[in-house]
Ligand binder design. Structure first.
Ligand code: CDP
Length: 230
């Protein structure tokens, strides 16, 4: 059976990466978390002092983009790839609330998007890829055979992300997580370059009231239908 491309877009903390990992494992496909790439560049920008709560030196960051080497390395034990930045494993460091508070500003910069989108297109050139993000079905793989658009209420998403961060031992409040999700929804949906929008041919899935298992079953059915017809 021919391999297909699966593009999963949607708002923050809608469970995109959970279902993308399940699908990639089930199908033997490659999973690419495009958000991790924007998070890695943001982590670099914070480390280098280009961005903090009060300022963002966009041109300074752009001038150093050639020093940002990111790569995903598959971890057998975890069953998914981890993000490396200039040779260091930054998988945990890029998931903090501090990085989340800066990432949408960094991701709105066209020069940064152009570089990462090029990388993403290369990673999916052979098909057999599940990629999640904000512009995968609209910009990165407009010809993807299956496009999903995930939604859930902001409160549901904030609880999920709050629990995830607490489980890692991060010191965060529910209110701060909810605010970050609302801020990112707004910036991601309103930026000029590749805003978060549902592709006209994407299938919308609201998983506010679905378990991970129910969600996987519904989406796997869609994948099987697509595989049969492609
Ligand atoms: O995990 P979560 O849904 O919270 O976010 P993520 O997928 O890790 O993405 C982090 C941020 O990167 C988003 O809020 C966007 O600002 C940006 N992003 C983007 O602009 N385009 C993508 N394809 C993926 C992420």
């Amino acid at each position: 059976m021919d391999k297909i491309t699966i593009a999963i877009d949607g708002f923050s903390s809608t469970g995109k990466s959970t279902v993308a990992k399940q699908l990639a494992k089930h199908l033997g496909y490659v999973y690419v978390d495009s958000g991790a790439m924007y998070r890695a560049v943001t982590y670099f920008a914070m480390e280098q002092g280009f961005i903090d709560k009060n300022h963002f030196d966009v041109s300074g960051l752009i001038s150093k983009l050639n020093e940002v080497k990111i790569s995903l390395k598959y971890n057998d034990e975890l069953g998914y790839s981890e993000m490396f930045l200039n040779g260091d494993n930054v998988e945990k460091k890029i998931r903090t609330l501090e990085v989340s508070e800066n990432v949408s500003l960094v991701a709105a910069v066209p020069e940064i998007r152009a570089q990462l989108v090029k990388h993403q297109k290369n990673m999916g050139a052979e098909k057999g890829v599940v990629m999640d993000g904000r512009d995968i079905g609209t910009v990165v793989f407009p010809n993807a055979e299956l496009k999903l658009f995930m939604t859930a209420s902001p409160e549901t998403r904030a609880i999920r992300r709050y629990n995830e961060l607490k489980q890692r031992g991060d010191d965060v409040t529910y209110e701060a997580v909810l605010k970050n999700i609302q801020d990112r929804d707004f910036i991601d949906s309103n930026r000029k370059d590749s805003p978060l929008v549902k592709a006209s041919d994407a299938i919308e899935i609201d998983n506010s009231h679905m378990s991970k298992e129910q969600q996987f079953e519904i989406i796997l059915n869609l994948v099987n239908k697509t595989l049969k017809s492609s």
